[in-house]
Ligand binder design. Sequence first.
Ligand SMILES: Cc1cc2nc3c(=O)[nH]c(=O)nc-3n(C[C@H](O)[C@H](O)[C@H](O)COP(=O)(O)OP(=O)(O)OC[C@H]3O[C@@H](n4cnc5c(N)ncnc54)[C@H](O)[C@@H]3O)c2cc1C
Length: 319
Amino acid sequence: MELKNHKKIIILGSGPAGYTAAIYSSRANLNPLLITGINKGGQLMNTNEIENWPGDFKKITGPELMNRMHEHSLKFKTEIVYDNIISVEFKKKPFFLLGEYNKYTCDAVIIATGANPRYLGLSSENKFKGKGISTCAVCDGFFYKNKEIAVVGGGNTAIEETLYLSNFVKKIYLIHRRNNFKAEKILIDRLLKIVKTKKVILHLNSTIEDILGNNKGVTHLLIKNKNLKEKKKLKIAVSGLFVAIGYIPNTDIFTDQLKMKDGYIKIKKGTHGNYTQTNIPGVFAAGDVIDHVYRQAITSSASGCMAALDSERYLNSLS
Ligand SMILES: Cc1cc2nc3c(=O)[nH]c(=O)nc-3n(C[C@H](O)[C@H](O)[C@H](O)COP(=O)(O)OP(=O)(O)OC[C@H]3O[C@@H](n4cnc5c(N)ncnc54)[C@H](O)[C@@H]3O)c2cc1C
């Protein structure tokens, strides 16, 4: 293995948070190295339609947007390498990162390794990803105006997504495998109010057995109620399914190094709000890897910018 040059700053991840951090760090003359990870471009590579990136009101695909971020980072001379980090040592200085192809050392690091939505695991789910299957109501809900859709899940996210979607879709079938919701009471109360209006139909103790459709996208779901003895499955007509069963932050390699909460990297609170600094000075984190609430391209980019500025201040303090 060739030992790469020591860097002032290394950015892990090539999603909106990583590229934004790279653009800011390069323009601050920090000569950052950005390591893309296996999924170059991040989560947005899986979407064909983005309508909420400010300034891009004409249809733009995820790969187009991420390619532009890549070009933008290169324009300011960010060094970009394709590698996947498999272990890190943050308890000693300089920080050490072991990739599949190379070893790296640096004075500061920005972790922007993102998160991945959890899916149900049905083979039909893969077939309809981006064609009726979504994991983000704020991103895709608008495409289902006045349509009948389903949401699956029983935690805060599922209920929040249902409440959000109920503002513009015609009807929502909320499918949950248990009898009770694992969400905050205030959310459940709001949900039950809408259930009374029949805009939301609950299918509790129920699982999705299959997703049916045609070449245009999802048309029906097959649902099984676990309490009913008969094997008959219910077929409901929907044009979209929002899978809201959680996210898995990409933080396995940091578990014995950094403080975490529910798998997300914990950042310090400061006098002016949240910093992007972790419990280890010099290690910063940005984007979906620290955020289980907003999970948007723009919020990830914004925290990538904050991490770049925070790390610049940190590096200045060393000299
Ligand atoms: C299908 C879909 C559609 C979406 N549509 C929209 C939309 O329309 N609008 C919107 O605002 N948001 C949308 N989102 C949400 C948005 O994509 C995310 O909020 C955003 O991508 C998060 O950016 P990020 O940079 O934090 O992480 P990610 O985009 O998750 O990128 C993480 C990066 O880290 C890298 N990485 C991971 N592990 C390692 C490692 N060990 N070593 C090195 N690198 C690593 C990965 O390769 C990847 O490049 C959508 C999400 C999905 C899944």
